[in-house]
Design a protein around this ligand. Structure first.
Ligand SMILES: Cc1ncc(COP(=O)(O)O)c(C=O)c1O
Length: 375
């Protein structure tokens, strides 16, 4: 990915649509990146929109969707979500749109699906929900959320930023209307990607400059994009495919290779998660938030938030940082969650996240270090 970015800058750096070699190469590179992301999400290349990050793309889409909404129209949001899938929709209150928020169960930090079903009604126009929580690691039943939204005639908008490094995404099977993710979360460059069903990208009206084409997906991408990072996106998807081919050499297509990578990653992360959670529960004074029962591990990913009696999250993160463990403290923008669990005023949580390049030895070392610090 790093090589692809520098190679683009060194050899093909240009703007799009020009009648010369490097511009044509740039046009081609963009097509390749869209098709790579199409394989990653299982959609067509022209349903892929690139942008600065998920937050920016979501503000853009909420503004465009907001043009079609008026007083009394409702949007359903959840208190489990990252604020990037909350505030862009809440901003539409200015137009008289009514925001209905779905609770989560405090004992295991799972979405309250009964509350969700009840909040979706005749006036619901959009249901925005996260695929996985970037704080407590809960994986939501987004398939069911999409189904409930569709049944009510509402659009579904999925924030898959946190889920993307941990599980396979199939927008076609999900039948969601929109899904946003960020390539930097799955080992690519700092960029955002939005999938939109072709019919919506065509029908909705983006705010844009006049000379920009009306063709999708370009009409949703304003100004000059970050071409070098987009060149990195293709390489990032190819990295996934390469992982998959190593795990399952018989795979025939890039999509199949990506799915094989996810299978291998799932197994590895699951084993680390079991060790990590068992280790957490043995540390005196440690409180783990979210699912802790191994029988329900299919509903969480290897992202953990904890608090330890007598230590602030910042103290813990600092001490871990000094020992070479890079963790987070605070709310990581899962503000509603931190407020509802009443930890916002106490420095939030300590968050520890695992991905596929972590090892069992690192998990053991982290648990030993955390026990020492807590001691
Ligand atoms: C679940 C979730 N949604 C949205 C975002 C925002 O993504 P971006 O930084 O691409 O705007 C994040 C970033 O941490 C996230 O974890």
């Amino acid at each position: 990915m790093i090589d692809a970015i520098s190679d683009y800058l060194a050899r093909n750096n240009a703007n799009t649509g020009g009648a010369y070699h490097t511009s044509r190469k740039t046009d081609l590179m963009l097509l390749e990146a869209r098709s790579a992301m199409g394989d990653f999400l299982n959609c067509a290349a022209d349903e892929i929109v690139f942008g600065a990050n998920m937050t920016t793309l979501t503000f853009a889409m909420s503004r465009a969707l907001g043009r079609e909404l008026g007083p009394g129209d409702e949007i359903v949001l959840t208190l489990l979500d990252h604020d990037a899938n909350f505030s862009p929709w809440k901003a539409l209150e200015e137009k008289g749109v009514v925001i209905r928020t779905v609770k989560f169960n405090e004992n295991d930090c799972t979405l309250d699906m009964d509350d969700l079903a009840e909040k979706i009604g005749r006036r619901t126009r959009v249901v925005a929900v996260g695929y996985a929580s970037n704080a407590v690691g809960t994986i939501n039943n987004v398939g069911e959320v999409v189904r409930l939204a569709r049944q009510a005639g509402a659009l579904s908008y999925i924030d898959a930023v946190h889920y993307a490094p941990h599980g396979p995404i199939d927008v076609h099977a999900l039948d969601c209307d929109f899904l946003a993710c960020s390539t930097y979360k799955f080992f690519g460059p700092h960029m955002g990607v939005l999938y939109g069903k072709r019919e919506h990208l065509k029908k909705l009206r983006p705010y844009k400059v006049r000379p920009l084409t009306d063709d999708i997906p370009n009409c949703w991408e304003w100004g000059t994009l970050n071409h070098e990072c987009i060149a990195g996106i293709t390489a990032c998807v190819d990295y996934w495919a390469e992982l998959g081919r190593r795990a399952k050499p018989t795979v025939a297509t890039r999509r199949a290779a990506i799915l094989a990578a996810h299978e291998a990653i799932h197994e590895h992360e699951r084993a680390m998660m079991e060790k990590m959670i068992a280790g957490f529960l043995a540390i005196p004074g440690l409180k783990l938030y979210g699912i802790s029962d191994p029988r329900r591990f299919e509903h969480r990913c290897a992202t953990f938030v904890v608090r330890i009696k007598g230590h602030t999250p910042l103290e813990l993160a600092t001490k871990l940082g000094e020992r070479g463990f890079f963790t987070w403290d605070g709310n990581y923008y899962a503000l509603n969650l931190a407020e509802q669990l009443d930890v916002e005023r106490l420095g939030g949580f300590l968050r520890i996240g695992l991905v596929h390049y972590n090892t069992m030895q690192e998990v053991e070392r982290l648990l030993r270090t955390l026990a020492e610090i807590a001691g």
